[in-house]
Write a new protein. Structure first.
Lengths: 112, 115
């Protein structure tokens, strides 16, 4: 069953601009993770935010979590061409099953 | 070494063939995963091995048969596949199988085409 929904499905911006992606989920979670996937490649873990955290930073990445709204956002500041990729949120599955469930993803294109 | 390797990178097979995908990690991780990913879709979990024992099988058809010979290796044996099984197969590992705390490290994937 699907846990995460991402918005927008696709985003195209100019290099140097900020990119914001959103993820909504349905049931309570222990944590939420963001992964990046370059075209046809494996996923790379970006950041994990726990349910008791509201905001987390890592370099040019800023993640927020609002458990009352069951939503998270990923902000990439000062985007670069190398940020072109698909971005997925992932949460632990409902009913405590020990597995990750990925959202549908946002395809981000950074135009030079 | 924080790398998960997968071989082969590409595989083309007929519906009557038997082939295997291989995954290897040397990070001392005790949980390993197989995911299937169709184009423009998120990865979908197939199997989880925790401490070399199969802990999750997501109702995957028996034409996919996982094997974990040791803590560093994970295989996926393929037999009598269908064209709709064509996809990117991703292997991942994590220190344990605690989803609440563990980061998963992914390999680059095997692009499988079934003719």
């Amino acid at each position: 069953s699907q846990q995460g929904e991402e918005d927008p499905q696709a985003l195209s911006i100019q290099e140097g601009e900020n990119a914001t992606m959103n993820c909504s989920y349905k049931t309570s979670i222990n944590n939420l993770q963001w992964y990046r996937q370059n075209s046809g490649r494996g996923l790379v873990h970006l950041i994990l935010i726990r349910s008791n955290e509201r905001e987390k930073h890592s370099g040019r990445l800023r993640v927020t979590l609002d458990t009352s709204k069951k939503s998270s956002s990923l902000l990439i500041t000062a985007s670069r061409a190398a940020d072109t990729a698909s971005y997925f949120c992932a949460t632990d599955a409902p009913q405590g099953a020990q597995k990750l469930v990925f959202g549908q993803g946002t395809r981000l294109t950074i135009n030079p | 070494d924080t790398e998960v390797t997968q071989t082969p990178k590409h595989l083309v097979m007929g519906m009557t063939n038997k082939k295997s995908l291989k995954c290897e990690q040397h990070m001392g991780h005790r949980a390993m995963y197989w995911y299937k990913q169709k184009a423009k879709k998120p990865p979908e979990l197939m199997f989880v091995y925790s401490y070399e024992k199969l802990s999750i099988n997501e109702s995957v058809p028996s034409r996919f048969s996982p094997e974990c010979p040791n803590s560093s290796l994970l295989n996926l044996h393929l037999h009598a596949l269908q064209p709709e099984d064509s996809a990117l197969y991703l292997c991942a590992s994590s220190q344990h199988s605690r989803i609440s705390t563990d980061t998963q490290y992914f390999g680059p994937g095997t692009r499988l085409t079934v003719l």
